[in-house]
Write a protein that binds this ligand. Structure first.
Ligand code: UDX
Ligand code: UDX
Length: 436
């Protein structure tokens, strides 16, 4: 079976590599020549546990190919998976222009019957439009159908999540499309939920937004804990034993980031509005998250006369541990504020520094400055304040005495609740976290 993948971001690349590992002949297409050249050499353009090894292995096995030439990939494909991005537009809606351009390329190239599978997160009803669009522009006399197959992998554990998914969702409108997708996923041996196309599209948003809501809810409970003298860690511990609530995604902190929750909450809200419905829960989730991202900064601002000329250690830049991705990372909102207030930031992250430098190149800004440290202790050295934004093991393992020893003034704002408040205070550190 020939499988083509359009777009080699987190979703497309991981899917392509995992299909190749199951023995399918896979060709991944991307418009980015530099990325394609890297992947041909067996280098992963993103940091993802286990991915580079699998790229190398399947490159060598001859099952995995990379190209910028979509014609070569699509022409004789049995199935084409679309994994191009669907970023947020300024009004909150999803940008479908990449999906459209790939659809058009597919229509103009395919020379045999083909199943097009949309893996990207798209508003409900988009698959219908993709199918019509491809049919409208079809050049050759071939049969094409479109299926929805939303992706649930989380960054940092993407390969593991693909091979061990809780379930595969497939949304189809024909028996043939359903049968082919079931066959493709057979070697994965995972539970499969087969539904109508529009339901599949909705499942993706319903899941992501539910998890985002769960986080915003915990963040609000944490904020209330601070006001009433309760501890959110204890509260979460008491909640997680209830199977109806579930034990995960109960960590309060500086809000969610990444390439999915922020855009998928806004996109569902937009979709609802478009249908004359007000999605109040999701709307609240978005605004709670906005406020939460800078809560610690606001707290620190009340404590300080000024940030101007202060040395600020920032520990963690990625939107979560295990990834080098900084899309919508709460750290970025805070960096902007700190630099605008004249802080001299020295930032550490084990993986995300090179990405961070795209938006925040080392050097002087109108008020503050930013530089990067290879080691967290180097960032702490001589600092007046420290902000913790990502829960990397390298940051969790810093002991209270190190903060005390290295910092000029031991003042720590922990956005991930990774330090023990009692141990920090016992070591002589002025310590603030979320909801404790
Ligand atoms: C994905 C999904 O597709 C998105 O809908 C989901 O909600 C989150 O995950 P991601 O894999 O993170 O996005 O996307 P990104 O890292 O932006 O990668 C997309 C890739 O497609 C890029 O490598 C880009 O160069 C490529 N691309 C984009 C094409 O090859 N053709 C295009 O026309 C546009
Ligand atoms: C998410 C979904 O989990 C995944 O199923 C979907 O396919 C894509 O979006 P991802 O964005 O990679 O995956 O990361 P995730 O682990 O879900 O975390 C998202 C954000 O929520 C991060 O900023 C994380 O720090 C935050 N988070 C998560 C919390 O603040 N508290 C938690 O308890 C869990």
């Amino acid at each position: 079976m020939n499988i083509a993948i359009a777009g080699t971001g987190y979703v497309g690349l991981v899917a392509g590599v995992c299909f190749a590992d199951k023995g399918y002949h896979v060709t991944c297409v991307d418009v980015d020549e530099k990325k394609v050249a890297m992947m041909k050499e067996g280098i992963s353009p993103i940091f993802e546990e286990g991915l580079e090894e699998l790229i190398k292995k399947n490159n060598q096995a001859g099952t995995l190919h990379f190209t910028t030439d979509y014609r070569e990939a699509y022409r004789f494909a049995d199935a084409i998976f679309i994994g191009v991005g669907t970023p947020e537009l300024p009004d909150g809606s999803a940008n479908l222009s990449y999906i459209a351009s790939v659809s058009r390329q597919i229509a103009e190239t395919i020379e045999k019957d083909c199943l097009v599978v949309v893996k990207s997160t798209v508003p409900v009803g988009t698959n219908d439009k993709v199918e019509q669009f491809i049919k409208d522009f079809l050049v050759n006399d071939v049969k094409v159908s479109v299926a929805s197959n939303p992706e649930f992998l989380a960054q940092g554990t993407a390969v593991h999540d693909t091979f061990n998914a809780a379930r595969i969702i497939i949304g189809t409108e024909s028996k043939e499309a359903e049968a082919l997708l079931l066959k493709i996923y057979e070697p994965f041996n995972l539970p499969i939920v087969s539904v109508k196309r529009r339901s599949a599209e909705m499942i993706k948003y319903a899941c992501n937004d539910f998890l985002a809501l769960k986080i915003s809810y915990m963040n609000e409970i944490a904020n209330l804990c601070e006001l009433v003298g309760a501890d959110i860690t204890d509260v979460a511990e008491g909640m997680r034993f209830d199977e109806r609530i579930g034990s995960r995604f109960l960590n309060a902190g500086i809000g969610f980031g990444g390439s999915c929750f922020p855009k998928d909450t806004k996109a569902l809200d937009y979709l609802a509005q478009n249908h004359g419905y007000k999605l109040k829960t999701v709307e609240a989730c978005v605004s709670v998250n906005e406020r939460q991202k800078t809560r610690l900064f606001e707290k620190a601002k009340k404590r300080m006369i000024t940030f101007d000329g202060l040395k600020v250690a920032v520990l963690g830049l990625a939107f979560k541990a295990g990834t080098d991705d900084m899309r919508e990372a709460p750290a970025a909102d805070n960096l902007r504020l700190l630099l605008a207030q004249g802080a001299d930031v020295i930032a550490y992250d084990p993986k995300a520094i090179s990405r961070a430098q795209f938006e925040f190149p080392a050097g002087s800004y109108s008020n503050g400055t930013i530089s990067y440290a290879d080691d967290p202790l180097e960032a702490l050295s001589g600092a007046n304040i420290c902000f913790i934004f990502t829960e990397w093991p390298e940051i969790i393992s810093i002991t209270p005495d190190k903060y005390k020893e290295k910092m000029h003034t031991p003042l720590v704002y922990d956005g991930r609740n990774i330090c023990d408040p009692n141990a920090m205070r016992a070591a002589g550190i002025e310590y603030y976290s979320i909801g404790r």
